[in-house]
Write a protein that binds this ligand. Structure first.
Ligand code: PBG
Length: 336
């Protein structure tokens, strides 16, 4: 005999009004950060091959127009990546007063004032001929990363970004002690109000492939497994996040996002009092884009479902190349 249920969870899903009323997770353009590539010595935006729809912008009104367009969509935070004309062993163009990132920050600040929050990625890989996130030394017939010497350079880069007007600096090198080195340098120079958003939990991921094409930052030798985290480890993330908190990070980050939802949940549950950002990275963008271009997936629903999942896992902020699309799509109403 068939028995009929008295408990009916489906009542809460019976129509969109009920579903919207009880939905736990929402996405807002206010929590999104748009990454922007800025390249020296070009006049027109260049589309990135492996990231259709994403461009490298020149240091001119094309960049300002793009920021303006994003502003009109509701985007208020951007993270800048510089692509310099000049690279050397010590990343000198990363802390040059007239470097690509310093000029980009000043240009955007001049025209947008405090209407836009500017975050700067703080690393050496785009600025060094060897493409590593720290300085390299030759030891026992091998090239190794000189962690402590790198800290000096990272502090210098962060300080020059703050001097140019960055609101938030975002160290992404995974060098031990980098957050403390930067906090100390900023405080000594009086930049108490400059925030640090640390790439605390950054895995050595293949998902950064398209970014490295975009920023020409593939390491010339070796890989990043000696400093970025091992994808097989979860609990190591707690150690990295705890150290960054002790060293003075204001905002933590997990990267990549979609591939590491479990890590986002772990960090949020253990450090709920710290704002948590998650970086939906280039490869995660390109995979959806490729499927969408082929007609294999509905792009809007896929992106909204995935970014909602990243928020549901515990991320407060999302850095995503889809920020502008999401801002537009949520105005149309989410398809859930
Ligand atoms: C380092 C940096 C990288 C990304 C952000 N900051 C590259 C790397 O670690 O190789 C990758 C972001 C992405 O894939 O979208 N400057």
């Amino acid at each position: 005999m068939v028995t009929f249920p008295t408990l009916r969870p489906r009542r809460l899903r019976k129509n969109k009004l009920v579903r919207d009323l009880v939905a736990e997770t929402h996405i807002s353009e206010k929590n999104l950060i748009l990454p922007i590539f800025v390249k020296e010595n070009i006049n027109e935006p260049e589309q990135i091959n492996s990231m259709p729809g994403i461009y490298r912008y020149p240091l001119n009104d094309k960049l300002l127009n793009y920021v303006q367009e994003s502003y009109e969509n509701g985007i208020r935070s951007i993270i800048l990546f510089g692509i310099p004309a000049y690279k050397d062993d010590i990343a000198s163009s990363a802390y040059d007063k007239n470097g690509v990132i310093q000029r980009a920050v000043r240009m955007i600040k001049d025209s947008f004032k405090s209407k836009i929050l500017i975050i700067t990625d703080e690393c050496t890989d785009e600025y060094t001929s060897h493409g590593h996130c720290g300085l390299v030394k030759y030891q026992n017939e091998n090239y190794v990363i000189d962690n402590d010497e790198s800290l000096r350079i990272h502090a210098k880069i962060a300080l020059s970004q703050a001097e140019a007007g960055a609101d938030i600096v975002a160290p992404s090198s995974m060098m031990d002690g980098v957050v403390k080195a930067i906090r100390t340098a900023l405080d000594e120079a009086g930049f108490y109000d400059t925030l640090i958003m640390s790439y605390s939990v950054k895995y050595a991921s293949i998902m950064y492939g398209p970014f490295r094409e975009a920023a020409y930052s593939k390491p010339a030798f070796g890989d990043r497994r000696g400093y970025q985290m091992d994808p097989r480890n979860a609990y190591e993330a707690l150690k990295e996040a705890r150290l960054d908190i002790e060293e003075g990070a204001d905002i933590l980050m997990v990267k990549p996002a979609h591939t590491y939802l479990d890590i986002i949940r772990l960090i949020k549950d253990n450090f709920p009092e710290y704002p948590l950002a998650a970086y939906h990275v280039s490869g995660e963008y390109s995979m959806i884009k490729a499927a969408a271009i082929n007609g294999w997936i509905d792009e809007k629903t896929a992106v909204l479902e995935i970014t909602t999942a990243i928020r549901r896992a515990g991320a407060d902020l999302i850095i995503t190349y889809y920020a502008n699309d999401i801002a537009k799509w949520i105005k149309e109403g989410v398809p859930f």
